[in-house]
Design a protein around this ligand. Sequence first.
Ligand SMILES: Cc1cc2nc3c(=O)[nH]c(=O)nc-3n(C[C@H](O)[C@H](O)[C@H](O)COP(=O)(O)OP(=O)(O)OC[C@H]3O[C@@H](n4cnc5c(N)ncnc54)[C@H](O)[C@@H]3O)c2cc1C
Length: 500
Amino acid sequence: MSSSGAVKKVVIAGGGTAGWVAAAALSKRLQGLVDVVLVESEEIGTVGVGESTIPPVTLFHNLLGIDEQEFMRATDATFKLGISFENWGQVGDRYIHPFGTTGKGSFLADFQHYYLHGLTQGIDAPFGDYCVELQAARAHKFAKPQGQGEAPLLSYAYHLDAGRYARFLRQFSEKLGCVRIEGKINTVTQHTNGDIRSLVLDDGQEVSGDLFIDCTGFRALLIEQTLHAGFERWDHWLPCNKAVVVQTQSAATLPPYTRAMAHDAGWQWKIPLQHRVGNGLVYAADFLSDEAARQRLLDGLETPALMEPRVISYQTGRRKQVWLNNCVAMGLSSGFIEPLESTSIYLFMNSVIRLLRLFPFAGVTPALAAEYNQQSVRELEKIRDFIILHYHQTERRDSPFWDYCRTMTVPDSLAQRIELFRDSALAFQTGDEMFRLESWTHVLLGQRLKPQSYHQLVQQIPPQDLSRHLQQIRDTIGRAVERLPSHREFIAHYCASGLQ
Ligand SMILES: Cc1cc2nc3c(=O)[nH]c(=O)nc-3n(C[C@H](O)[C@H](O)[C@H](O)COP(=O)(O)OP(=O)(O)OC[C@H]3O[C@@H](n4cnc5c(N)ncnc54)[C@H](O)[C@@H]3O)c2cc1C
């Protein structure tokens, strides 16, 4: 097999969510052009977390032709309309970062300027009252439009069972011809130019290929242990580096959102699935011991645990090159920001789409790899900034952890955004940015940043017109949410897994 020739066979190392997402997309879209093989080891297992997603997951499924109801039944999935951030700006605070749009601005001034002007006129409805997803989330309601005028078109993502999702994608991929090989990778062999030639398994079997996808998780067996791509650490900005996780029985309520509750050395998640709740306490080991974290997690559980709590260690940062030689790293092997905004699954879905767009049919070239790497880092750094914002923009002064986060130096790109919003309420998004203007605005306001001024153009609107405009938006949303069924009712008739 040549190290620089046409790519006819892709070998995926690792069968966690990243490995099977890559396998599903490549098997579906490159069927007949490229053979896809996946090697995984049951003995090693997967990281076993990663259950909250963001809306582009629905686009990814559409690209693959995945049937939503079948997928949701198979993975015990529920709908997600946003994340409830509790205790972040200050202990006792709560705001929801919703999906979808908020309010209605104009060509020259985005909605937050109208909202802020309204506040000065005594219209003090919260910013979230102008977002239908947020109001539906608060009311624990959800529906998809089945006919004209029946339900608003909500922007949503899913909560899903990670283990079942990997199995679902495995079946999907194998039906399309993907070959799965069970075994532990013992040695990675290389061509003289450094390209990977094959994976040699513990039983002596040799799996060779033209292009290798490293989905071996934090081990990064190919991209780091073999190719030494290097790692840029971000823990000075994102100091949490451990999580203790446990699954619990279902709770009485089924909110269509993830909860992210800050504590004095990190935060805690609750992810409601149909048949259970996923719980995890994220913390910075410099500020909280494993035993204290474990106890805190157990003390805060609403329903009985279904397993012993498990500690996962990680380091935030990115692989310096995610495409190196004939190897592309996806998932945890490519780096990890942190789970706060549920971006990891999205990132590797987008990575595999990027790979399909830039696929090296005629052979790997430095230009393709460089383009891929540049696009990846641009996307990742913007998400990184957005997540750092949650930690840094806070008024919490109740622990050394929050003192550190509040006073740390942040990347210039983020410092500029914060300053712009503080000065003039301006938020922006660039073309390749995952989190849109509304996301930035919800989080900036939710984290208690008070803009000193806003766009003066909105002052030209007569007060009664502004009042009517804002009232109309709130009324329309109120009526739409009123008509929605509860999230639980909708799941029951749309995609019940039978495990509730
Ligand atoms: C605490 C925490 C919470 C998270 N929460 C979210 C979330 O809510 N939303 C989200 O989008 N993401 C989340 N993530 C990230 C998400 O879990 C991962 O991105 C996702 O599970 C993909 O993992 P992976 O497939 O890269 O790695 P893994 O699941 O670790 O899979 C690695 C695979 O490689 C195989 N392997 C490794 N070494 C070998 C070997 N020598 N031979 C053969 N096979 C091998 C393993 O057997 C396994 O199949 C979270 C991560 C953490 C740490």
